[in-house]
Design a protein around this ligand. Structure first.
Ligand code: SAM
Length: 358
């Protein structure tokens, strides 16, 4: 794993507040500002400066500001988070494709504050997943009479998909407009798909119950429309006016998703399994926000294939990149803090990736 750059760059974190409870701060600057191996690119510096040089992401794992002074540059409350995230979200949208999934980690109030910004730039809400760290997280030490609320043992990991568009129209509206052009009644979509009523109900819903037809049903609808629809409007379901989209092209217009058997949107696991917590030389936790590798692996494998590109804009100790590397994905990450960067890249000098067939 040869490091490729040796610039000794000193990075300035974004202007904001100072983080609490940092275990150690190294005096040394990193020997390298970019760590690479065959699948991984990890920069020391502000991710905003690197997005343009990274290949388009299939997955973005965002674990940035929480509004709790969690690290140097985090804000002191959730109200500042939309402003903190907006330049990043704007850049993600500029590089996302119809296959891009964003996993947005945060507290529930942090997510609520940032959600409108994500929507504004075209990230469509899919699902909120709850990481339940269990009672072990509080170890019975909470004075609830003083805090006057239930003790919090959860974080959220919210799934978004980047909205696919054809000729600048969201797929939902495009589907509807294409069928309208045929002059056929909407109920004939059921006939086209060989179902009783599901096609018309799901594929032409105008609201949040809309369901993107799977490739085989899309193909059946396109074939039917081109055979029975008004002759002067053909081809239907075409992006270029010359031929209809193929089932494969349609498949590429939706985010990837495979749920392992038995999983729900509640992920129960204690914060970090024994031995997984990375320690600073003084024995303290090197980064208080280090995420469990198995949850990172879960979301990455659910939403990408081997060799796909995973972005981790707020690296910390690079848990998402490590998980991505270990299951054969390409990882692109950045971390502004020199100490976290130096400790984090050491995690990649451990054993080689697991089998790409995982
Ligand atoms: C919540 S922590 C991420 C922890 C990480 N998920 C892990 O498992 O180790 C956020 C990190 O993002 C870094 N950060 C904040 N703004 C950044 C930026 N613009 N570019 C790169 N890193 C940034 C912070 O220094 C902090 O270490």
């Amino acid at each position: 794993m040869p490091p490729v750059l040796n610039t000794n760059t000193i990075c300035t974190p974004p202007p904001s507040t100072r983080g609490r409870k940092k275990a150690v701060t190294f005096d040394t600057v990193p020997d390298i500002a970019l760590f690479t191996n065959s699948l991984v690119h990890i920069h020391h510096g502000n991710s905003l400066e690197f997005y343009d040089s990274w290949p388009a992401p299939t997955v973005i794992v965002s674990d940035g500001g929480y509004g709790v002074l969690g690290f140097e540059g985090d804000t002191s409350d959730h109200l500042e988070l939309p402003k903190w995230y907006e330049p990043h979200i704007k850049a993600w949208a500029a590089h996302a494709t119809a296959q891009t999934t964003l996993w947005f980690w945060n507290s529930e109030i942090g997510w609520a504050a940032v959600h409108p910004v994500l929507e504004k730039y075209g990230f469509r809400y899919i699902n909120a997943n709850v990481w339940n760290k269990t009672k072990a997280h509080i170890a019975g030490n909470v004075n609830t009479a003083k805090i006057r609320r239930f003790p919090v043992v959860t974080e959220l990991c919210v799934q978004y998909a980047f909205e696919a568009r054809i000729n600048d129209v969201p797929l939902k509206q495009w589907m509807l407009a294409e069928w309208e052009r045929t002059g056929l009644p909407f109920r004939e979509a059921n006939l086209a798909c060989g179902v009783a009523d599901a096609a018309t109900r799901k594929y032409f819903d105008r609201g949040h119950l809309w369901y993107q037809p799977p490739p085989d049903k899309f193909q059946m609808m396109a074939d039917y429309a081109n055979k029975h629809g008004a002759a002067e409007g053909r081809p239907y379901f075409s992006a270029n006016g010359k031929r209809s989209l193929t089932a494969e092209e349609w498949e590429a217009m939706r985010y990837k998703f495979r749920c392992p058997h038995g999983y729900t949107n509640v992920w129960e696991r204690t914060a970090l399994h024994c031995g997984e917590r990375v320690k600073a030389p003084n024995g303290k936790a090197a980064h208080l926000n280090q995420k469990p590798l198995n949850l990172m692996t879960l979301i990455i494998k659910a939403s990408s294939d081997e060799r796909d590109v995973v972005w981790e804009p707020f690296g910390g100790l690079f848990s998402a990149s490590l998980a991505a590397w270990r299951c054969g994905r390409k990882a692109y990450a950045a971390e502004t803090d020199s100490t976290y960067y130096q400790i984090g890249i050491r995690r990649f000098s451990e054993p080689a990736p697991m089998s790409l067939n995982l």
